[in-house]
Design a protein around this ligand. Structure first.
Ligand SMILES: [Zn+2]
Length: 482
């Protein structure tokens, strides 16, 4: 879920808290000294590089209750374990953001404050209602009141990169996209759920599936959790953890270690390479953690840690547009890709379109490797004489020539005018409106307009065929009379 940022005040607070800061030099030194004993000199340089690039991003966890709540406040233990370094190593939120950012996001400075009693009754909270009704609290109102209440006790929230408000009992669950703020309650204290809400805070949005702009459509990504409880792994203290973030979502936050992403030696030419991938979140293992072909990222996931509930080890492919990751299906139609299956875009026999493929030749879960054969063949420019001919087809009304299109290697002629030409022109226009990174909404609107034109042309054609195929009224009668 995500919250609307409705008020200017909320937008201001978003700006105030969203700045993340580099880890203080003293802390880097302390960590380096502690960790140095495990490393030899050759390993020292990457370690120092990692420490220097680590982003210090502590959250303030504010535990709040309404003034008319009667149940006792739960002990702080669970909150400390879930959110702070007290629970590091148990798959808590510190571990989650470290793993999902390949070691870059360090929330170990997170602190828990409370319980605070808010100057409001439980019935004052109205949830996801905008604008905020007089005398009531919506999501922004509750967040602001919790922050004001904590600040009034002397807590300086400017020392923190973000704020999570934890309500007592059942209250709400949401995150502010890019706003470094989240709301949760006693029923949502799990990394599966809080991971998505705090993830929203860093700007992540819900994960999607190719061919749809609906949210919550990628079972393998934490930015779709709650929709797929079967892929959340059971945890004795935190109820459920995972799944992890996909490679494109990680890259979108600059969390993907690009030094560990396999990239084509010559991105603009045709190539064919067999590579091995390591599981995406296993930054500790040597080798590639993802591979790039064109706009797609290929990743390998195994049923361990955050991904422990995955039904099987698999390869996944994603693209990214308008702040959403899109999962692409396998050639077989499966959403995940296993050995013997492949991802394929384009047609290897049609040279005028980009062709990408990732064939999974082997998955070795025990050794944490997936062997993948990657292909790329950029589109060949359409031959020039044909371009001019095609220009006639898609040209203005003064052009009097016909045209053609090529499909499946066959050349299909198009009449110089009439509804057939209009229909083909509109279909071509539709295919040209690709979902761009600048605005899915705008693209969809453009597509809808083109579809209306297609339907109009089709109805026109249908009407013509009706006239042609129907017998003139009284035709048989006249014949009989003759
Ligand atoms: Zn959400």
């Amino acid at each position: 879920m995500k919250a609307k940022i409705a008020s200017k005040k909320a937008l201001r607070s978003k700006v105030d808290v969203s700045t993340t800061r580099k880890k203080k030099t003293g802390d880097i030194g302390k960590l380096a000294i502690r960790e140095l004993s495990h490393f030899n000199l050759i390993d020292l340089f990457p370690l120092l590089t990692t420490l220097a690039s680590r982003i210090w991003s502590p959250w303030a966890i504010l535990l709040v209750r309404f003034r008319n709540d009667t149940q006792p406040s739960p002990p702080l233990t669970k909150y400390l374990h879930l959110f702070t370094s007290a629970g590091s190593g148990t798959l808590n939120m510190v571990d989650f953001f470290s793993d999902m950012s390949h070691g870059q996001i360090d929330i170990s400075g997170t602190q828990v404050f409370g319980w605070f009693t808010l100057p409001a009754n439980r019935s004052d909270y109205v949830g996801n209602v905008y604008p905020q009704p007089a005398g009531k609290l919506n999501r922004n109102g509750l967040l602001d009141l919790a922050k004001a209440t904590a600040t009034s006790t002397g807590i300086n929230l400017n020392d923190f990169a973000g704020v999570v408000v934890c309500g007592l009992d059942s209250v709400d669950l949401c995150g502010w996209v890019g706003g470094m703020a989240a709301l949760c309650d006693s029923f949502s204290l799990s990394p599966s759920l809080v991971g998505q809400e705090m993830g929203h805070g860093y700007g992540l949005d819900h994960a999607r599936f190719q061919g749809s702009v609906d949210d919550y459509r990628d079972p393998w990504d934490v930015m779709s959790t709650a929709a797929y409880p079967w892929i959340q792994a059971a945890h004795t203290e935190f109820t459920t953890v995972g799944p992890g973030l996909n490679a494109w979502n990680m890259r979108s936050r600059n969390w993907l270690d690009e030094n560990r992403v396999w990239k084509a030696p010559a991105p603009a030419s045709a190539w064919d390479e067999t590579i091995q991938l390591r599981p995406l979140h296993h930054h500790n293992l040597p080798g590639f953690l993802a591979a790039q072909i064109g706009p797609y990222l290929v990743e390998f996931r195994v049923p361990e840690r955050w991904d422990a509930a995955l039904p099987r080890a698999c390869v996944l492919v994603h693209r990214f547009a308008a702040n959403h990751s899109y999962l692409l299906p396998a050639y077989s139609g499966s959403q995940d890709i296993v050995a013997g299956d492949k991802f394929m875009i384009g047609d290897p026999t049609f040279p005028f379109q980009d062709y990408y493929a990732a064939e999974v030749t082997a998955i070795d879960s025990g050794n944490h490797t997936a062997t993948i054969r990657l292909h790329q063949r950029p589109a060949t420019p359409f031959p020039r004489p044909h371009m001019e001919f095609a220009g006639q087809l898609f040209g203005g009304v003064t052009v009097d020539g016909g045209g053609f299109f090529v499909i499946g290697g066959r050349i299909i002629p198009i009449p110089p005018r009439g509804p057939e030409k209009e229909l083909v022109e509109q279909v071509a226009r539709y295919l040209e409106t690709e979902l761009s990174a600048t605005g899915v909404g705008r693209t969809l609107l453009a597509r809808q307009e083109v579809l209306v034109a297609i339907v109009r042309s089709a109805v026109h054609l249908y009407a013509e065929t009706e006239i042609i195929s129907e017998q003139p009224p009284g035709y048989m009668k006249e014949k009989e009379e003759q």
